[in-house]
Design a protein around this ligand. Structure first.
Ligand code: NAP
Length: 265
């Protein structure tokens, strides 16, 4: 029997088969969850529909998280289809390409507002919209990155957004705790996805990561999916408000050394 047998899981942020949301959706399905998927826009539907079919997903809804009415309609539709919800995954982020290529101090008001609205406020708004539909023991989670606590060149306003997202995770965990609903974040190492392609210098960072991380390996969407199963399941029943790093241990390193550095000691 799977760890998520019979649980109703909603996943927001599936764009294609490279998405972290896809790794999570597949792992949840393997563990016996009933999957519901939400995606951003009409253009994505063509790509997302076949993926949803692979998981026998019967609830596939468009939701632009910048629109309050779409969030409300999505929550209503999910409640109608599933009844109660056990798992909600927020795997959504956006920052304008400009903001991820210029120095951080040149971030525009509009760019800042947009990044924080789509990448952070949407997590608060979704949690609020679904609050009355969660089963006791439900698990809510979002995806974050180490650029929230340390400077990662070019990550810029997304780093600030991820800091706000991690803080929101703690405040939401506090609010929903009495209802026995848990809220956590997964901090993933760099993975080649559509969103990552917009970050300046990503290719070099990705290569460097595998050279210096304790496990000397990049992280895959399957790795993130498996950790998401832990956070979604009753195995983590008293874990809430946490940021779980799935990053081959990269975040513990104080001084980064490549293989070449190590050989030249
Ligand atoms: P992805 O496949 O591009 O997923 C990002 C998703 O956000 C897309 O489905 C995108 O849809 C959606 N989105 C953007 N604006 C939206 C809106 N207004 N309404 C609804 N959805 C919207 O990339 P990913 O790397 O898997 O990203 C998933 C999460 O993981 C993000 O929070 C990201 O910051 C985080 N993360 C990624 C990495 C990495 O290295 N890849 C590392 C750590 C954390 P559209 O394509 O239509 O915009």
């Amino acid at each position: 029997m799977g760890l998520l047998e019979g649980k109703n899981a909603l996943i927001f942020g599936l764009a294609n088969d490279k998405s972290i949301a896809w790794g999570i959706a597949q792992a949840f399905k393997r563990e016996g969850a009933n999957i519901g998927i939400s995606y951003a826009g009409e253009i994505l539907e063509r790509r997302v529909k076949p993926l949803a079919e692979q998981l026998d997903c019967k609830w596939l809804e468009e939701c632009d998280v910048t629109k309050d009415d779409q969030i409300a309609a999505t929550a209503e539709s999910a409640a109608k289809h599933f009844g109660k919800i056990d798992i909600l995954v927020h795997s959504i982020a956006f920052a304008g390409r400009d903001e991820l290529n210029k120095p951080f101090h040149q971030t525009t008001r509009e760019g800042f507002r947009n990044a924080l609205d789509i990448s952070v406020f949407s997590f608060v708004a979704l949690t609020n919209a679904f609050q009355s539909h969660f089963n006791p023991g439900a698990s809510v989670m979002c995806l974050t990155y180490h650029g929230s606590v340390k400077v990662v060149p070019y990550y810029n306003v997304m780093g600030v957004a991820k800091a706000a997202l991690e803080s929101s995770t703690r405040y939401l965990a506090y609010d929903l705790g009495p209802q026995k609903v848990r809220v956590n974040a997964i901090s993933a190492g760099p993975i080649r996805t559509l969103a990552a392609a917009g970050v300046g210098g990503f290719r070099d960072m990705y290569k460097h990561f595998a050279e210096v991380a304790p496990l000397r390996e990049n992280v895959t969407i399957e790795d993130v999916g498996n950790s998401a199963v832990f956070l979604a399941s009753d195995m983590s029943s008293h874990v809430t408000g946490e940021v779980l790093y799935v990053d081959s241990g990269f975040n513990i390193i104080g001084v980064q050394m490549t293989e070449e550095d190590r050989n030249n000691k």
